[in-house]
Write a protein that binds this ligand. Structure first.
Ligand code: APR
Length: 190
């Protein structure tokens, strides 16, 4: 599924983030940048030890929740890994939505700064961090569209959703956000 905006494309695919051939892939990291399971485990496994070596050297204090830092991508097919720290879900009244949107925005900002034409995101916070996927999908899709409408870059933003239920949640979010009557193509294709 795809949404064309002025100068950019937003797309949703089902798949594995570590296999994406785009300039930057986003890691669902923790604030210590200590590695973990899920996306984080898969990225460090496939990317090799160079990524952790670089995060330890450049970001010894980690990365605050809602922010992102960038490293090389080791053995992965991308050029960069952007380590984004989404919030742990605590019921929704602890600023989770703002922190999640900020993690997406900071990642996009890092991609633009490093002249990335394409960036691939997993569904931040909806695994180990237990953010309800329907809510997370709406926040994620809205944050990305707002950024793209304002900055008209990067050229490609791809959400890589691991399972069908997650893909469906993002597809529903995209449909509902684009149906809200703002100035964009209301007919996502694909
Ligand atoms: N490609 C794409 N998506 C994946 C992959 C993969 N290879 N592996 C898992 N996912 C999906 C999960 O199914 C979930 O939908 O990514 C989503 C995010 O799950 P997590 O990786 O658990 O990320 P998050 O909820 O943000 O939790 C972050 O988990 O691994 C630790 O160190 C990490 O402490 C941090 C926490």
């Amino acid at each position: 599924m795809q949404l064309r905006l002025e100068g950019s494309v937003l797309e949703l695919v089902q798949g594995d983030i570590t296999l994406q051939q785009v300039d930057a892939i986003v890691n669902a990291a923790n604030r210590w940048l200590a590695g973990g399971g899920g996306v984080d485990g898969a990225i460090h496994r496939r990317g090799g030890p160079a990524i952790m070596k670089e995060t330890r050297r450049r970001y010894p204090e980690g990365c605050p929740t809602g922010r992102a830092v960038i490293t090389g991508a080791g053995d992965l097919p991308s050029r960069f890994v952007i380590h984004a720290v989404g919030p742990v879900w605590k019921g929704g009244s602890k600023g989770e939505a703002a922190l999640l949107a900020s993690a997406y925005r900071c990642s996009l900002e890092a991609a633009v700064t490093h002249e990335c034409r394409g960036i691939a995101f997993p569904s931040l916070s909806t695994g180990a961090y237990r953010y309800p996927v329907i809510k997370a999908a709406r926040t994620a899709v809205s944050a990305v569209i707002e950024f793209l409408e304002e900055r008209r870059a990067p050229e490609l933003v791809r959400f890589v959703l691991f399972d069908e239920a997650t893909w469906r949640a993002y597809a529903a979010a995209l449909t509902s956000v684009t149906g809200s009557g703002k100035n964009r193509d209301p007919y996502p294709s694909g």
